[in-house]
Unconditional design. Structure first.
Length: 249
């Protein structure tokens, strides 16, 4: 099993990413993450799987060590979220995350979280794709479904990314809200989380969602050739995956 594991830094990206399975924020929900991976991994039509980070979570809701192992074993490209950074850098934040001495992370998990990059880039039929947790290198600034033009213009990381004009699609997390949104040349997809969505109605922005438990765990598949983002709900009780809404980029 150990020989099968590869950290994100050592995985080889596909030459052209046509379709990708997207997992949002995890927050320690190992059973929901496993359900998402059992659905995505067998699919031969996907060129890669990506995850927007925030792997650690309160041990009462799951197993962070198990989450790290699952992501490695399924060869998922994962970016670092603010919770991943806090878990390995800040003792106070580890306590707040439920990762105190009562539920310590293994050395392998700590090494894995430390190895995660802030961002990843892929080539797609639509142009360059940026995968991140928040917005670009900033893991604590997200783009929310209700953001007005004034809010978007005050989002410095987004303003820089938009102004550069190179990236065509950004897949992000952090907000825990599904979202597909187009800002001229930049398409933003939020996968939400396999843990939960925070609140708010669905809107035309793409976020992979979240696996969090308290609201609408989900995952997403993004097809860059048909320009379709398809969401899937994960049932909390039966851990089954069913097709949900879809949007066009």
């Amino acid at each position: 099993m150990e020989q099968e594991k590869q950290a994100t830094a050592t995985l080889s990206p596909p030459a052209l990413l046509r379709r990708v399975g997207v997992i949002g924020d995890v927050h320690g929900h190992s059973s929901l993450l496993d359900a998402a991976l059992q659905f995505l991994s067998p699919r031969t039509d996907l060129d890669a799987l990506v995850c927007t980070g925030d792997i650690p979570g309160d041990a009462r809701h799951g197993d962070t060590d198990c989450c790290c192992r699952l992501l490695e074993e399924h060869r998922v490209f994962v970016v670092r979220g603010n919770h991943d950074r806090w878990a390995v850098e800040n003792e106070h934040e580890r306590v707040l995350l439920g990762l105190s001495d009562q539920w310590p992370l293994s050395k392998d998990s700590i090494a894995y979280l430390k190895s995660l990059p802030a961002t990843l880039e892929f080539d797609t039929p639509l142009g360059p794709l940026l995968v991140c947790h928040g917005t670009g290198e900033d893991d604590q600034t997200g783009v929310y479904p209700g953001d007005t033009r004034a809010v978007l213009e005050s989002n410095d990381p987004l303003h820089a990314l938009y102004g550069e004009g190179r990236i065509r699609v950004m897949i992000a997390g952090h907000t825990h809200q599904r979202m597909v949104r187009t800002l001229d040349h930049l398409h933003i997809v939020n996968a939400a989380a396999v843990a939960c969505e925070r609140d708010g109605s669905l809107s035309m922005r793409v976020s992979p969602g979240t696996v969090l438990r308290h609201k609408n765990p989900c995952l997403a598949i993004v097809d860059f050739e048909t320009r379709r983002v398809q969401y899937y709900n994960i049932a909390r009780s039966k851990l089954t995956v069913t097709e949900a809404e879809s949007y066009l980029l």
